[in-house]
Design a protein around this ligand. Structure first.
Ligand SMILES: *[C@@H]1O[C@H](CO)[C@@H](O)[C@H](O)[C@H]1NC(C)=O
Ligand SMILES: *[C@@H]1O[C@H](CO)[C@@H](O)[C@H](O)[C@H]1NC(C)=O
Ligand SMILES: *[C@@H]1O[C@H](CO)[C@@H](O)[C@H](O)[C@H]1NC(C)=O
Ligand SMILES: *[C@@H]1O[C@H](CO)[C@@H](O)[C@H](O)[C@H]1NC(C)=O
Ligand SMILES: *[C@@H]1O[C@H](CO)[C@@H](O)[C@H](O)[C@H]1NC(C)=O
Ligand SMILES: *[C@@H]1O[C@H](CO)[C@@H](O)[C@H](O)[C@H]1NC(C)=O
Ligand SMILES: *[C@@H]1O[C@H](CO)[C@@H](O)[C@H](O)[C@H]1NC(C)=O
Length: 282
């Protein structure tokens, strides 16, 4: 952990500013990827606030303990990362197809341009919601998430609004979600456009009585994406608690092109369904 610093006015000024530059977020994410590959959380310590918050599945965890995912070397197959300079947040989606133990991770980081204050990791593997890392890697590989040409970049407000509309629709059937054509949702290893029809396959299975709680954002204007962490009541049929959940939305020309989800089922294989997908009904 970072030593108590020079409490200079410069430090105080930066410590409480939420925004930062892409370089900070990019450098920390690169460091994270090497730490995760080696299974060595100590590589991060100089960039972590001394009292930083670490969670796995939204529960407080010890990043250096043998049970921490960061203490397990992972052979990362592929990853996507997104940076929000206004909030100084980053999100990385990591896929590990290693047959010895496949995983899909979501890693959300909050910093201040100097140190990281919070890291919230979602670790999905066998038994989590529709989990199939091979499927995740396969459908992911067919998708195009290039940076948005500058002339077509949307405001962060517009990008965030598209993701918020999706979640608002979960609690109100009258909300219109700006799904594009084509549109595809990758949920665990399940893909709504498995036949590659390139039509708008996101118009299905949305509930209308579910209130998502505690939304946290990473909006990347250059990538046209918003990642939202939420507590998702009812996703885990075997639990009364909101399931830890991540949704990443890619928004092109104001419309949702892709949705990627990562949802964990705490102690309930398949969130009480064991791989059988029953769309939520309103
Ligand atoms: C960490 O310490 C700072 C400065 O003392 C304080 O403002 C902040 O609330 C603390 N955060 C946590 C998670 O304890
Ligand atoms: C976290 O885990 C490390 C390694 O096992 C241990 O040394 C340390 O005391 C733990 N910290 C807390 C707060 O439990
Ligand atoms: C990592 O995965 C790649 C591709 O599956 C494989 O070729 C390589 O041997 C693996 N490396 C380790 C250290 O397991
Ligand atoms: C799911 O059900 C299948 C068939 O009943 C069983 O073989 C498998 O172990 C179950 N998976 C989990 C994670 O419980
Ligand atoms: C996982 O996805 C792959 C690729 O789509 C598919 O071939 C495989 O059957 C899936 N596995 C399970 C257990 O559904
Ligand atoms: C949705 O719109 C209908 C028709 O205007 C209205 O009757 C209903 O109360 C609305 N539902 C919600 C949740 O706002
Ligand atoms: C959908 O798009 C993919 C990738 O561009 C392409 O390979 C496939 O043929 C398209 N499918 C249809 C039905 O046009």
């Amino acid at each position: 952990m970072r030593q108590p610093l020079l409490l200079s006015s410069v430090f105080i000024a930066t410590a409480f500013a939420a925004s930062c530059d892409r370089t900070f977020l990019n450098d920390f994410t690169a460091l994270y990827i090497s730490a995760q590959t080696r299974g060595d959380a100590s590589l991060l310590t100089t960039t972590l606030l001394q009292n930083f918050t670490y969670t796995e599945q939204f529960q407080p965890a010890n990043i250096s303990a043998p049970t921490s995912i960061l203490q397990k070397p992972l052979n990362i197959t592929t990853y996507r990362r997104f940076f929000d300079t206004d909030l100084c947040t980053a999100f990385t989606e990591i896929i590990v197809t290693d047959p010895k133990h496949p995983y899909v991770l979501g890693v959300r980081v909050e910093g201040d341009g100097d140190v990281v204050r919070k890291m919230e990791t979602l670790v999905t593997d066998e038994g989590d919601w529709l989990f199939n890392a091979t499927g995740t890697a396969y459908y992911n590989s067919l998708e195009k998430w290039e940076p948005i040409p500058v002339i077509e970049q949307l405001s962060r407000t517009a990008i965030q609004a598209a993701g918020d509309a999706y979640f608002d629709r979960f609690g109100n059937v009258n909300v219109t979600v700006p799904f594009g054509t084509p549109c595809a949702r990758l949920e665990g290893g399940a893909y709504t456009d498995a036949k590659l029809t390139n039509t708008s396959t996101c118009h299905l299975g949305l509930p209308s009585t579910v209130k998502l709680v505690d939304r946290r954002y990473v909006v990347d204007v250059e990538m046209g994406t918003v990642n939202i962490y939420v507590g998702f009541p009812g996703l885990d049929r075997a639990s009364k608690l909101p399931a830890p959940d991540s949704h990443t939305f890619r928004v092109e020309k104001g419309k949702i092109r892709y949705v990627h989800t990562i949802s964990t089922c705490e102690g309930h294989p398949g969130c009480g369904l064991n791989g059988t997908y029953v769309p939520l009904k309103g």
